[in-house]
Ligand binder design. Structure first.
Ligand code: ATP
Ligand code: MG
Length: 622
């Protein structure tokens, strides 16, 4: 492919809305161009990388017996009403009417469409199992599209759906797809981790996310330093690494500062019951935050208890405007995990925090002066609070707190449950190790669905006894366009992209430095033809530009191997062969260029997919 024939224009500067390096490089390299927020035209280079990735996906899925189809992007309302998702999906689903006034939406995902596709055909157990997939443009009206292809409104997804006889065989299919995803991401030469993820409140669900590790990733992950355990922080169990001290909130020998002497009352060494001190209120004018209280009492934040209020019926029924408040108790140093709370309360979305006014109505005092004693609403206590004794909470009276508060004696928690955000240093839930924090980009997601959709859409088969049973389903997504950008986020340097061979739009960048010179011209043509005949993609920079401009662009576009062909080099009988990763330069005789290039590409590919560079290989950071 000749540069002058293709439509390729590089930019010196990235646009101001490109916040992360991969987005900047994609725009600067002319790979993508914004049409509207979250909507892009893919230039030829981006499309080539996408097509290469799609070919890998197809190969691994077809090899495992999956069948490719293509479903419509425009879908009628009626299908989505069957599962209740027409309203449940919220504003993410873009809805519109056609000329006859019929409501439609743009496909954000295709569970309804695919279930409808199979339900009229699958009659008997003999027709199962089946896994169907498509690679297609999705539309989600994301609130905040950003980071280029990472969070687009229009994006390319591979979505697969499996249909099985029963849970056992559905979980086998899940495992097969999990392995297919490993094979797919192993081939990219990138570092990724498979993490446990939020399955929502549906019991028995199983789900894993495939996360490419990158600092700019939107997802916070926790991975064990000593076992295979890795989880999205959204669902990661939180287990304190430090054993809790007997005596809890009463620090031994601590000298409290400020006006509130609450510590130093000799707490340890006593049996738990003897240890309980009498409850007493004390004035805390102007102290609203845990930090204020910690400063004033001299107690560490982790030994204070905070009370937060949420709405427990939020979004369950749009017509229900009543307030069903609940309280959540946590150590002062901990953060509430809204996904854990969402799942505990069986909500579709994370619950809303009560407004200041609603807190006053509920507790009798504003946020900062509230606590569990005397509350008439459900109280969910984080397990981290369980071991504390004689602690301080708000008194539900403006400007007052209570000290020497003890659960069971002074109030009864409705449930003691893990509700805090896990963090680095917590205990590995599956072993003796500790958790380390890292960030990831979710590029794939496997999900065992059970019969949630098939029951609602009446998608059944007849079993051996002739009894109708709902299809057991799973769904499996890969963000195709997101993965291509994520690869750049993980593999670049200050000058540009470093494509792994598996995704590189072209494998070879041929800089023809003096196209006016007959020797350069004929050798360029010869190498281009011979490499392409061997299946190696070549971009020939045949522009009338200075070498410096061409080299800069070659670094920016980042193809694995560059060939510099110039008059001077040819006079000396050499061509420069440069590997983009590491920029090692070799001087090679013209008739050895092809075997040398092919070997370099083979070696690069091999080193990119070496097992220790894959699946994190025990590394949490790059
Ligand atoms: P996210 O949590 O990032 O919003 P999701 O969990 O809603 O994603 P899924 O429904 O699991 O996404 O979709 C399957 C895959 O599609 C994701 O793993 C991700 O790689 C990709 N994807 C989802 N939303 C977007 C988007 N807005 N832009 C690009 N890719 C996306
Ligand atoms: Mg997901």
């Amino acid at each position: 492919m000749r540069w002058t024939k293709t439509h390729l224009f590089t930019l010196k500067e990235a646009p101001s809305d490109a916040e992360i390096v991969s987005h900047q490089l994609l725009v600067r390299g002319g790979f993508i161009k914004k049409v509207a927020p979250g909507i892009y035209t893919y230039g030829n280079l981006a499309l080539r990388a996408i097509r290469k990735f799609e070919a890998i996906v197809r190969e691994e899925l077809d090899r495992r017996g999956c069948t490719e189809i293509l479903m419509p992007m425009v879908q009628p309302r009626e299908l989505w009403e069957e599962t209740g998702r027409w309203s449940k999906m919220g504003d993410g689903l873009l809805k519109f009417q056609n000329r006859n006034g019929h409501w439609h939406c743009l496909g954000a995902t295709h569970e309804e469409a695919v279930t409808d596709y199979v339900r009229s055909d699958v009659k008997s157990y003999r027709d199962l199992p089946k896994t169907i997939y498509q690679i297609q443009i999705k539309y989600r009206d994301e609130i905040r599209p950003r980071f280029g292809l990472m969070r687009g409104r229009e994006f390319i997804m591979k979505d697969a759906y499996s249909f099985d006889l029963d849970a056992e065989s559905a979980l086998k299919t899940y495992q097969l797809m999990y392995e297919a995803y490993q094979a797919i991401f192993d081939r990219l030469g990138l570092i990724y981790r498979i993490v446990q993820a939020d399955a929502g409140p549906i019991g028995g669900s199983q789900t894993h996310e495939f996360q490419l590790l990158a600092e700019a990733g939107e997802d916070a992950l926790l991975v064990s330093d000593s076992s295979d355990f890795a989880a999205n922080v959204e669902i990661c169990p939180a287990i304190d690494a430090e054993p809790q001290r007997a005596g809890g909130a009463t620090p031994v020998g601590a000298t409290p500062v400020g006006a509130f002497s609450v510590g130093g009352e000799g707490a340890t060494g006593l049996s738990p019951d003897e240890n309980l001190q009498p409850l007493s209120p004390f004035a805390t004018p102007g102290l609203k935050t845990i930090a204020d209280l910690a400063k004033a009492t001299g107690l560490p934040e982790r030994e204070l208890v905070k009370t937060l209020f949420f709405s427990a019926n939020e979004g369950l029924d749009p017509k229900d405007k009543s307030l069903q408040p609940i309280a959540v108790l946590l150590r002062g140093s901990d953060e509430v995990n809204l996904v854990k709370l969402k799942n505990l309360l069986q909500l579709a979305n994370p619950p809303r925090m009560l407004t200041e006014e609603e807190v006053r109505q509920t507790a009798g005092a504003g946020p900062g002066s509230c606590g569990p004693v005397g509350l008439k609403i459900p109280i969910y206590m984080d397990t981290g609070v369980q071991g504390l004794k004689n602690y301080i909470v708000g008194a539900n009276q403006e400007g007052f707190h209570l000290r020497h508060v003890n659960h069971e004696r002074d109030y009864k928690p409705t449930q003691i449950v893990d509700l805090r955000v896990a963090r680095e240093g917590d205990r590995d839930p599956q072993g003796p190790g500790r958790l380390r924090a890292c960030r990831g980009i979710e590029v794939g997601h496997v999900f065992y669905l059970g019969t949630t959709y098939s029951q609602k859409m009446n998608a059944c088969y007849l079993d051996r006894e002739g009894k109708a049973r709902p299809l057991e389903m799973g769904c499996y997504g890969i963000g195709v366009s997101r993965t291509v950008q994520a690869a750049i986020e993980q593999s670049h340097d200050q000058d540009g992209i470093i494509w792994p061979v598996a995704l590189a739009p072209f494998e070879v960048h041929l800089c023809a430095l003096d196209m006016g010179d007959p020797g350069v011209k004929s050798l360029t043509e010869k190498l281009e033809q011979e490499l392409e005949a061997r299946g190696v993609g070549v971009l020939v920079d045949d522009r009338d530009e200075r070498p410096g401009v061409k080299f800069k662009d070659a670094d920016l576009l980042g193809f694995p191997v560059r060939l510099n062909i110039g008059r001077k080099g040819l006079e000396a009988g050499v061509i420069e062969v440069i590997v983009r990763r590491g920029r090692q330069v070799r001087k090679v005789k013209p008739d050895e260029v092809i075997p040398v290039t092919e070997k370099l590409l083979r070696d690069l590919k091999q080193s990119e997919t070496r097992s220790e560079t894959r699946r994190g290989g025990g590394r949490e950071t790059l």
